[in-house]
Ligand binder design. Sequence first.
Ligand code: HEM
Length: 522
Amino acid sequence: MEAIVSIDVQNCFILILLCLFSIFFYLLFFKKIKVDYNLPPSPPSLPIIGHLHHLLSLLAHKSFQKLSSKYGPLLYLRVFSVPIVLVSSPSIAYEIFGAQDVNVSTRNFPMHEGSLFFGSLGYVNAPYGEYWKSMKKLIVTKLLGPQALKRSLSVRAEELERFYLALLDKAMKKESVEIAEEAMKLINNTICKMIMGRSCSEENGEAERVRGLVTKSDALAKKLFLAAILPKPLKKIGISLCKKELMDVSGKFDEVLEEILLENKEKLEEHQQGSGMMDELLEAYGVENAEYKITRDHIKSFFVDLFIAGTDTSTHTIQWIMAEIVNNSYILERLREEIDSVVGKTRLIQETDLPNLPYLQATVKEGLRLHPPIPLVVRTFQERCKIGGFYVPEKTTLIVNAYAMMRDPEYWEYPQEFKPERFLASSRSSQKDEIRDEVLKYIPFGSGRRGCPGANLAYVSVGTAIGVMVQCFDWKIKGDKINMNESAGKIALTMAHPLKCTLVPRNPTPVPLTSSMQSPIS
Ligand code: HEM
């Protein structure tokens, strides 16, 4: 009997211990789930598709802006079962591009084998790793870093004069000018020359073909971006629907680039200099023990990415800013006063004048704030993490709504208005701008390691193009005001009604040129 009682007491003790352990582990486990799976708040969604309708809306950045102003700056969305985190606040962006920068340094867009655009060998879609790092080094040292930009100054000066002459020619013939068309020629020729040592030829239609391909690629990129967010089977269908168009664009880019590559290789063999970057790539190509082994297709994909990333963005920025200037005559007057007093009327504005033209610089910054050509910055969280105290699962797509952040009334006075003066004031109180919340309220070029490496080039190309248009011409439009509606359909934010103007030369005689180019009048 004694033995039975002692066994019962032992069992009871073990049972109690088991219960206590279970409760302890249950609480621990339960607590862990609660902490780990405390996802960011999620706005109401539709059955099955979740928040897909917001992504499909014509102007997704605006649809997201409405969502965040109603439900908060950090939201958890889903497209079917695919998770997305939507960020619309500078302080959360600061946390992500600081502590989680490596974690979000890959885009994870679908890659199409064999294509030069959105293919597996490109730069923009390359995962964060050795290949991306070695190409970034090349971009900074040979193309877009401050020293490289100094070396290519004359290339841009020559293209700027060509731009001025093209506008002057149209003005003299009283033809109307489509600003985006002329700006695209300027930007595309500049980028081609800087990368490959020569611009595409206008005579044999090569330049026209490349510009057409850049425009096509931009529309195609939007479709591919949407496909990227769908769950696997739908993603496959989406991409296969774009396949023909993708391979067509890739094939045409290939034709043009193959020819230019051959020319450069011959130059190199004859010890003539091409562009620094092209020479470096051609030398590295095929070298067994190179830092990173690159193929011919790597080079071509890299150039396609640079054309596409640089051309449409800068072109649309020029168009938006010029439209704002024409709509606000006091800004035009103030810009002219500044340019006339610093540059004068006897020579064309140059890149080296920009540091002495603060109002022009502020106008460019304000244009990028109000009309960022890439309104949504998209990345992927490679690993799970915590943001703003919330759990973010691995492989979650990150969408940073730069458009909403740069129009947030908490950070910007009169956020919907075009007021370059705001950047004159902020440059004086730059200390204040270092405050955590202020740092990422201005984000037209993205941020972190994968932020835009072309920002410096963009500022000087856009600044001088706007400078020439203001310095040399009066602007006439049909009607009182330019329609500033936005257009969808492409990845870049464009004007729904492209800006068309008739130009009248401001000076009775054309501005003398610095290079050997001849004015159409002389
Ligand atoms: C107004 C002009 C421009 C704007 C607003 C702009 C904006 C952007 C943005 C928002 C991104 C994504 C950044 C991120 O994910 O955080 C980006 C990436 C990029 N941009 Fe620009 N860009 C402009 C001009 C240029 C130019 C002129 C070039 C070069 C010729 C260029 C080359 C690139 C490249 C290569 C990337 C990908 C960077 C990477 O993945 O590491 N961009 N740009």
